[in-house]
Structures are given as C-alpha cells and as structure tokens.
Design a protein around this ligand. Structure first.
Ligand SMILES: Cc1cc2nc3c(=O)[nH]c(=O)nc-3n(C[C@H](O)[C@H](O)[C@H](O)COP(=O)(O)OP(=O)(O)OC[C@H]3O[C@@H](n4cnc5c(N)ncnc54)[C@H](O)[C@@H]3O)c2cc1C
Length: 314
C-alpha cells in the first residue's frame, strides 16, 4: 500500500500548492506506515521532479506523453497507478476539480474536496473540510476503504523533509476522447489562488482607467490583482481576476479590498485569507465586519499614500 499524490506542474515547474499536497500526502503516509508515490504528467525536468523528494515523495512516476488539460487521459493515467494506493491526494485546483470526481467514479472510491486538516481517522478516512462557501467546517467520512482527498491550497502548509526520491518514466496507456483545441496562458502575472498577497478592487474605483494605482500597489507588494464580480462583468477587468463565490477562491496571507462593499457572495471566496484589510468610504460597508484592519477613506487618497509609504521602505 502507498499514498499516491498528483503533482500538477505549470510550464515544467511545480507550484507551492503541489509541494503542499506532497507534504499532506507524506503526513498521511506516516499515519498509515507507508510511502508516498508522486505522479507527474507532462514535460517536467528531472531536477524539478527531484524537488518532490524534499516534501516526502519516495518515488516519482513521470508521464511526459500526455496532453495537458485532457481530463480523461489524466484520469486514466492516475487510475492505472492507483491499484495499491490507500489514499490519492490532490491540491484542490481546477485540474483536481476535473479529475478527482472522474477518478472517484472510475475507482469507486469516496472523494472529499476542500480538505483543511490531516485525517483524524484513516479507517475509514475522516477529515475536516470547508463547507457552505467556507462559512462552516464539516467533518466528512468516506464510505470506502480508500479515499481521494483534495487539499484546500494554503490550509496545510509545506513540510520539508530533506529527503530524496527515485524517478521512473512511464507511457500514457489510453488516450481520452477529448481534443484540446487551444490553450491561453496568462503570463507574467502572480496567480490569485497561489498568491501570498492579493490587492483587489471593486466598483468603488469608478472605472478601468483608475486601476493603475491598484497595479502599482500590487507590483510593489509582489501581489496578485483581483476584482469583484461586477467589475469583471462590466469589462473593467478580465474574468480571470473575478474572486468570490462564483469566481476564484483567495487563501492569501493578506487580502486588501479597495472599494468593495463586502457582499456575502464576495466574502465567501476571500474570507479564508489570514488578514483582510478593507478601504471603503462607507463606515457601514459590510466588509468592515469581516475585516482585520479597516480604513474608512477615499481610495483615491488612501492608496496613493500607501504607495508612497511602501516606496520609502522598499
Ligand atoms: C449568485 C450570485 C453570485 C455572486 N458571486 C459574486 C462573486 O463571486 N464575487 C463578487 O464580488 N460578487 C458576487 N456577486 C455580486 C455581489 O452580490 C455584489 O453585488 C458585488 O460583490 C458588489 O461588488 P462591489 O463591492 O465591487 O460593488 P458595490 O456593491 O457597488 O460596492 C462598491 C463599494 O465601494 C465603496 N466606494 C465607493 N467609492 C469609493 C471610494 N472612492 N473609495 C473607497 N470605497 C469606495 C462603496 O462604499 C461600496 O461599499 C454575486 C451575486 C449573486 C446574486
């Protein structure tokens, strides 16, 4: 028996959430007294693959010959390696959301998403997960001997072991029925779901021409930029920046919300951030109830002052 972990890569590199999933897999393997096998799909160099050893993988199976985004082929490839696995671990990314349910049906193993803690029991697997748009924590148990668990990014953390792993290559056995027509990659931007800091703007910024200060603040802080839903809907910002219940989830260490009212649907996607700072002219804005720090003030005065002060210490 082993613990299998899917290690997602982007342009040949692993992200923090991948190392977090391997760390989680390693802690699960310790509970079961077994080893971690990582599966990597797509072109990834040996030096990058070997980094997985430092988070607890003892072996990496690398399948380079697979089309990224083809969820059927990916599911088949992972299923082929899962025979001996007591648990299959994912980071709860968009890819995991495509693959974990398919795998669950294919292997008849219960899947739990948005997991935030190591299992309190492994027979059967019982874990805490975020529920009701992060408004509650639910204790969930699978009805199968094995479990598929997707870990909410930034909820578990990284645990370096200083270990090494062996690397094996394998071929993708069965092609899926999906053809990828094209993929668009946003380059040079900090990813919202991975970011330590997110600077986010709402309708209070009045128009797309005022986003210069948001971008400048984000750049100074090494942060990702985000926005509320109406801002993306009106076309002031791209939909890739929309955060909230129907957008991307933010689990940053610091979330700075500027000119955003703090509607329940917005909060649902951002309130897992460790510290929330809110800048709003309206002292009654609901966001202040959820904020750790609040500035009642005009964004057009407050943000330039913040930029000025940060430049002094940078
Ligand atoms: C099913 C459903 C799903 C939804 N999903 C999402 C979602 O995923 N994400 C999301 O964001 N919304 C979502 N919404 C919309 C949500 O309900 C709110 O309408 C939206 O979040 C409001 O966006 P906003 O705060 O940018 O705008 P507004 O509500 O218009 O708020 C603007 C804020 O800016 C402040 N302000 C004005 N001028 C300034 C200034 N100069 N300086 C500082 N502050 C200023 C105002 O006081 C106000 O609080 C959803 C709604 C529904 C019904």
């Amino acid at each position: 028996m082993s613990v299998l972990v899917y290690t997602e890569s982007w342009n040949g590199s692993f992200r923090k959430s991948t190392f977090e999933a391997v760390s989680y897999a390693n802690e699960t393997a310790k509970l079961l007294g077994t080893d971690v096998i990582a599966v990597s799909l797509g072109e990834v160099s040996d030096s990058e693959l070997s980094k997985l050893g430092n988070y607890g993988a003892s072996k990496v199976v690398s399948i380079a010959t697979i089309e990224k985004g083809d969820s059927q082929s990916t599911t088949n490839a992972i299923a082929n390696l899962a025979n001996d696995a007591s648990a299959i671990i994912f980071s709860n990314t968009y890819t995991a959301k495509m693959i974990a349910p398919r795998l669950s049906v294919k292997l008849k193993i219960g899947a739990i998403t948005n997991v935030v803690e190591i299992a309190s029991n492994t027979s059967p697997f019982t874990v805490k997960r975020k529920a009701f748009s992060t408004k509650a924590i639910e204790v969930a148990t699978v009805n199968s001997d094995k479990a598929i668990l997707s870990i909410s990014p930034n909820s578990f953390g990284l645990i370096e072991t200083g270990g090494n792993c062996t690397i094996e290559t394998a071929e993708s056995s069965k092609k899926g029925e999906i053809t990828i027509e094209g993929q668009e990659t946003l380059s040079g931007k900090v990813s919202i779901s991975e970011a330590e800091i997110v600077v986010s703007g709402g309708r209070g910024l009045k128009g797309p021409e005022n986003w210069g200060m948001i971008e400048e603040l984000a750049e100074l802080l090494g942060a990702a930029t985000a926005c509320s839903k109406p801002v993306a809907d009106i076309g002031w910002r791209p939909h890739s920046e929309h955060v909230g219940q129907t957008g991307k989830a933010v689990t940053a260490n610091l979330y700075i919300a500027i000119g955003i009212s703090g509607a329940i649907q917005h909060l649902a996607g951002v309130n897992s951030s460790k510290v929330m700072v809110v800048i709003n002219t309206d002292p009654e804005a609901p966001f202040f109830k959820a904020a750790d720090y609040g500035i009642v003030g005009d964004a057009f005065e407050v943000v330039p002052k913040m930029i000025e002060e940060i430049k002094k210490i940078n």
